[in-house]
Design a protein around this ligand. Sequence first.
Ligand SMILES: C[S@@+](CC[C@H](N)C(=O)[O-])C[C@H]1O[C@@H](n2cnc3c(N)ncnc32)[C@H](O)[C@@H]1O
Length: 229
Amino acid sequence: MNEWQDGLVSFLPSSRGRLTGYDLDRFPGGTLFDRLGRAVCQAGCLPRKELYESWEVARRVRRLFRGGRVIDLGAGHGLLAQILIILDDSSPEALVVDTRLPPSARKVHEGLVEIWPRLAGRVAFVASGLDDIAILPTDVVVSSHACGALTDRVLERAAEARARVAVLPCCHDSAGCEAGELAGWVDSPVAIDIHRAVRLQQRGYRIWTQTIPAAITPQNRLLLGAPAP
Ligand SMILES: C[S@@+](CC[C@H](N)C(=O)[O-])C[C@H]1O[C@@H](n2cnc3c(N)ncnc32)[C@H](O)[C@@H]1O
């Protein structure tokens, strides 16, 4: 059981409803997750599922990848990038990249900095397409729910740079994404993700296939990769 699973029935983590000051009592403790939850409630603009997704992805990424600049592509509010730094200071900085950065991203960031002042000056918000970002081999590239073929672009960009990468794909589009030969046996979204994993391996990556709890999102397959030594 995760730290957030008490009271799950009445408070679904998959909700797209915004967390606001009314939800502060849901995060009463002194744990890192509760402190994060309260900061997000105070900001009052993030969908509930975004908090849970980002937290679960970040924890899994940090079990495998330390150090290096964090690059969050298709980042939305950039919560994932910031949790990665909060969880592990070994990354000096984070780049939050989105073609359409939500104006409320600033509010979320300021709320987090109030609680974790060490975040100040270490998170850059870049309004840009992911193809315009220079990626280094030392970077950790992450992307949560980059829709359809955007996940493939993230994997492609990370692999070109030989950077570590973690993606939580969504909106599997059988016209835009390759399913390989497996689509006759397994559902098209599963075939697409297996194909992604195999392709990454063929590019000389060690891969890890994991899931985050389905109670948060049915689009819960997490693919992580690092250049094989
Ligand atoms: C489904 S949202 C995911 C947002 C966030 N990562 C999350 O988990 O909540 C996909 C995001 O990708 C962004 N996006 C779409 N095309 C992009 C591109 N070419 N480069 C960078 N971001 C892009 C969109 O603006 C949107 O914010």
